[in-house]
Design a protein around this ligand. Structure first.
Ligand SMILES: Cc1cc2nc3c(=O)[nH]c(=O)nc-3n(C[C@H](O)[C@H](O)[C@H](O)COP(=O)(O)OP(=O)(O)OC[C@H]3O[C@@H](n4cnc5c(N)ncnc54)[C@H](O)[C@@H]3O)c2cc1C
Length: 379
């Protein structure tokens, strides 16, 4: 790989969300000098809003088998990633081995759940069918009107805000330069190879390699090959039980949403899926539907205190899988974006694959995640 002798960092990472920070931390641990350029505050994008489910099994889709494999690999990596991160940062990312229940309210939903169960059994995934009485023994807060449930013991969760704090601290301690308030306008290149990142004020941060981890905004940076990335809006509530922990132990998922317990009386209730461009307004209709559906299944939700309502933008590609690794069109350019609904789950595996690609002689990412799969697809 041609190196720029005047470069100030080996790697400039654009975007300080979970993905950019995870890549920066692991790259520094593996001997590279790294600078993160974040236009706002660290973790202020989708990572600030995310619920934090590590939901490889519940998110499985028959048409997305490569993504399922990637998710399962990252789920397996999570315990070790969290332990190493806690050691490195002195702060832990809130990993909880909660397991998840997927529940149905009526006959139509129960039939859909049977199909989900059959698919997962066919794929060899660990899922169990539960009668309503058995589900209510596990989670007594579930409504008696429940029709059917699936037990998914291997889907857990982390706390994305704690994850951002831990990653930022670990990155700092590993020698990463973290610059906030630095909007990258353009990726600079010469002779077919990147030379750095041009900031809004005119400064150019020189680097031999540039990682694009700018979430839903990754396609808006000048000087990059075009990628088909779009924002998918999600509204979410953060709730707190004044009575403390205990309403729910497991993640509860239902048609149109989920409740994620943090284990200390706090809950995340999410999330809408809306195609509204870069709009992050919170709407009465979005919040009403989430509360209505969750309250039908877990009536105790109505007693919880609303601490926050927010909306974030998931970075989505046409096949819902991320864009990872070297860009064919431009030497030194690496993608780490497009994680859509699963950026928290996929942070460990993304960091490993992208950092492998940053190191000389490192392996290429699997073709299912390379940007080349979208060659010819309009941006
Ligand atoms: C409501 C909701 C719920 C979710 N729940 C889950 C979940 O339960 N589990 C899960 O795995 N995933 C979940 N996700 C998805 C997850 O949040 C994302 O996939 C993940 O946060 C993407 O991380 P990122 O670092 O790529 O993007 P972001 O967190 O959006 O970070 C990108 C960063 O880049 C910065 N940036 C943008 N442009 C520039 C620029 N030009 N220059 C410098 N900086 C720039 C932004 O300010 C931002 O901080 C959820 C998302 C939403 C919206």
């Amino acid at each position: 790989m041609p190196q720029d002798p005047t470069a100030t960092s080996d790697v400039a990472v654009i975007g300080g969300g979970v993905i950019g920070l995870a890549v920066a931390w692991r790259a520094a641990q593996r001997g590279l000098s790294v600078c993160v350029l974040e236009r706002g505050e660290l973790g202020a994008g989708a990572s600030h809003v995310a619920a934090g489910m590590l939901a490889a099994v519940t998110e499985a889709d028959a048409g997305e088998l490569a993504l399922l494999e990637l998710g399962l690999r990252s789920a397996r990596a999570w315990p070790d990633f969290a332990a190493r991160l806690s050691d490195a940062a002195g702060a832990d990312p809130g990993l909880r081995s909660s397991g998840a229940l997927v529940v149905a309210r009526d006959r139509d939903e129960a039939e859909a759940l049977e199909r989900e169960l059959a698919l997962r059994i066919e794929l060899g995934l660990d899922v169990r069918r539960l009668l309503p009485s058995a589900a209510r023994r596990l989670e007594p807060a579930l409504a008696p009107t429940l029709r059917l449930a699936l037990d998914v013991p291997g889907d857990h969760c982390a706390d994305p805000r704690a994850l951002v704090l831990a990653l930022a601290e670990a990155a700092r301690r590993a020698g990463v330069t973290l610059r906030t308030g630095c909007a990258v306008q353009r990726v600079q290149h010469r002779g077919g190879h990147v030379t750095g990142a041009g900031l809004a004020g005119g400064e150019v941060v020189r680097a031999a390699r540039v990682v694009v981890a700018a979430g839903a905004w990754s396609g808006a940076i000048a000087g990059l090959p075009r990628i088909p990335l779009r924002p998918v809006k999600g509204q979410i509530l953060r709730l707190r039980d004044p009575a403390g922990a205990g309403l729910l132990e497991r993640i509860v998922r239902f048609e149109g949403g989920y409740l994620v317990p943090r284990g200390d009386g706090r809950y995340v209730l999410g999330a809408t899926m809306e195609e509204r461009g870069f709009d992050t307004t919170v709407t009465a209709g979005g919040i009403y539907e989430l509360l209505r559906d969750a309250g039908e299944l877990v009536p105790g939700v109505h007693e919880l205190v609303i601490e926050e309502m927010a909306a974030g933008l998931r970075p989505a590609t046409p096949d819902n899988a991320p864009l990872l690794g070297r860009a064919a069109e431009l030497g030194g350019l690496h993608w780490a974006t497009g994680h859509h609904r699963n950026g928290i789950l996929l942070a460990p595996v993304t960091a490993e694959l992208v950092v492998d690609g940053l190191l000389d002689g490192g392996a290429d990412v699997p073709a299912a995640f390379a940007a080349a799969r979208f060659a010819g697809v309009p941006a």
